[in-house]
Design a protein around this ligand. Structure first.
Ligand SMILES: CC(=O)SCCNC(=O)CCNC(=O)[C@H](O)C(C)(C)COP(=O)(O)OP(=O)(O)OC[C@H]1O[C@@H](n2cnc3c(N)ncnc32)[C@H](O)[C@@H]1OP(=O)(O)O
Ligand SMILES: CC(=O)C(=O)O
Length: 524
């Protein structure tokens, strides 16, 4: 069980699920809970039992299907309705019956919300809090209280906001999480209010939304001002602009402030866990996410690379391994010799100074004509091999290719491609049909080569992106094509550029096939 002195409280399955576009099944929620437990968070808020069948089902299944090692489950819900007893309120009953050891109650702490949204008196709201907290604690559950709109409420009526907090604590709530529900706070003012709240002697938590882009900063400021319970969501999911990103909060507190929140070996799993959760949520990972994003330690500028060559810490705030991430070198027209030398090393090549210089020149020249190597790792490696080996091994050479697009009687549009290639001393002519010209070319190349290179059967074209680039210096616009391919062990990307989209596609395709054969280790 996690240390009770400082709480890491995750609300991905409740507040994170309030994000537009997120729709989690019960199985998804169970899978995410396992990942969060693997990270070592102390509390996982599973949802609002009684509010919808899925969340009720989650708590039912959690009892037999979750074997949590670190975390305790918390059921979220509201204080009782005005004018009824907590013991008689069906939504409170659902919290009681959830089987969760913790209940987190959302309560109004802003006078205007009590009067306008709850349409009750300030006194009745305090009674709702007192009654619900004491009822659930008497039933054996530990109660945390989310003081909704606490900061705006404090601005409107500080005495009442603090009264809410005292009432909950006296009734037995063991944490009062101050919520920046509208996410409009900035760190300095928020810290002052947290400091006041901590002065009441109640245990203070913090729950921030990111509407000002300050959710993480606000959370850290609250901790400095006395909060000992932090709430947040995996990958910063949440309503509107999201919640405080729990991964960023944990990494900041542990690596920068010396808190001992999750086991160091779990912190080293954080990048993997962050990505595994995106697989479940089906939300594209934010590559720029602090600590865990794939770009979080990616270096593009030549000057950075030249210093990193001497000592990676010169341009990195931590060792990426501490959060399970990796440093990456990006090669582009901003590269210098050090960039390509380090990228070469990443790929397993030791480049001489002269080779690095030549390679930088070629990269800059090709990028000026529209190529982009940071997005096309395989094209860069082929270019590197050309530079190192004179010319990289060709598995086939191209005599010619041709594509016809035909609208057939009945309206079907079919593309037909013919390629003439030379490989292993043979001249091969093959024709392929496809639903578009690139698909037809891809099929024709495979037909031509599959007999000589059976590994090609395992190579797939999985993505195709086209972008029209503005012409420079009075030239016409050019087309850039990026192709992503895959085999059983990974993916690679290649780039082609030309005035004609089919020509650009062909370049990217030819490199994709060549690189696929190179990966297969074919000895042609
Ligand atoms: C800040 C936050 O994000 S808190 C989490 C919010 N999450 C959600 O709302 C998701 C789950 N919610 C739901 O499924 C539904 O809103 C339910 C089941 C909770 C309630 O549904 P309904 O009974 O149809 O009520 P409805 O959603 O229209 O209104 C909410 C009611 O709760 C009351 N309420 C709001 N906050 C509280 C509170 N802290 N304590 C008690 N009652 C509250 C409102 O005054 C309103 O009462 P009314 O029915 O007398 O008008
Ligand atoms: C409780 C909650 O999610 C909020 O006030 O933001």
């Amino acid at each position: 069980m996690a240390d009770d002195r400082f709480h890491v409280y995750d609300t991905t399955l409740r507040d994170g699920a309030q994000q537009e576009g997120l729709n989690l099944t019960v199985a998804d929620k169970l899978a995410i809970a396992r990942h969060l437990d693997g990270l070592g968070v102390g509390f996982i808020e599973g949802g609002w039992p009684g509010a919808n069948p899925k969340d009720t089902e989650f708590f039912r299944r959690a009892q037999t299907e979750l074997d949590l090692k670190h975390a305790q489950l918390a059921a979220f819900g509201a204080t009782r309705r005005a004018g009824v007893k907590a013991a008689d309120d069906p939504l409170v009953a659902a919290l009681r019956e959830s089987g969760a050891p913790i209940v987190t109650l959302v309560a109004k702490s802003h006078d205007r919300h009590v009067e306008l949204a709850l349409r009750t008196t300030l006194e009745e709201n305090l009674a709702m809090i007192r009654d619900t907290v004491s009822h659930l604690t008497a039933e054996g559950q530990r109660v945390f209280l989310d003081a909704e709109h606490f900061f705006d409420g404090y601005r409107s009526n500080p005495a009442y906001a603090l009264e809410v907090l005292r009432t909950a604590a006296e009734a037995g709530a063991s944490v009062i999480a101050l919520c920046d529900t509208n996410g409009g706070m900035l760190p300095d003012e928020l810290a002052d209010v947290v400091h006041e709240a901590a002065g009441t002697g109640a245990r203070i938590g913090i729950h921030c939304h990111d509407d000002t882009g300050c959710a993480v900063a606000n959370t850290l400021a609250a901790v400095k001002a006395g909060a000992t319970h932090v709430q947040g969501c995996a990958n910063g999911y949440g309503e509107r602009s999201g919640n405080a990103n729990l991964f960023t909060v944990v990494a900041n507190l542990q690596l920068k402030r010396g808190f001992d929140l999750v086991p160091p070996q779990s912190l080293r799993e954080m990048s993997r866990i962050a990505h595994a959760i995106t697989e479940v949520t089906n939300v594209t990972p934010n590559s720029h996410q602090p600590y865990v994003g794939t770009s979080a330690f990616a270096h593009k500028a030549g000057l950075h690379a030249s210093a990193i060559k001497v000592d990676p810490n010169l341009y990195q705030h931590i060792d990426p391994a501490e959060v399970g991430n990796d440093m990456r070198m990006l090669v582009s027209d901003m590269a210098g010799r050090a960039s390509v030398e380090l990228k070469g090393r990443e790929l397993g090549y030791e480049l001489t100074g002269e080779q690095s210089r030549q390679l930088v020149e070629r990269v800059k020249d090709l990028e000026a004509r529209g190529h982009t190597f940071e997005a096309a790792d395989a094209s860069f490696e082929l270019l590197l091999r050309d530079t190192v080996d004179g010319e990289h091994r060709r598995y086939f050479t191209v005599e010619s290719w041709r594509v016809i697009v035909e609208r057939r009687p009945g309206g079907d549009v079919v593309s037909e491609a013919t390629v003439k290639l030379h490989a292993k001393g043979e001249r091969i002519i093959a024709t392929g049909e496809g639903n578009g010209p690139v698909n037809a070319l891809d099929r024709a190349v495979r037909l031509a080569l599959e007999k000589l290179y059976p590994e090609l059967a395992g190579v797939e074209l999985i993505d195709f992106k086209v972008r029209i680039l503005e012409g420079t210096h009075g030239t016409d616009a050019v087309t850039r094509v990026l192709i992503t391919s895959s085999d059983a062990t990974g993916e690679w990307a290649t780039v082609g550029v030309g005035e004609n989209v089919i020509e650009a596609s062909w370049q990217a395709l030819e490199q994709a096939v060549t690189y696929g054969l190179l990966r297969a280790g074919h000895s042609a």
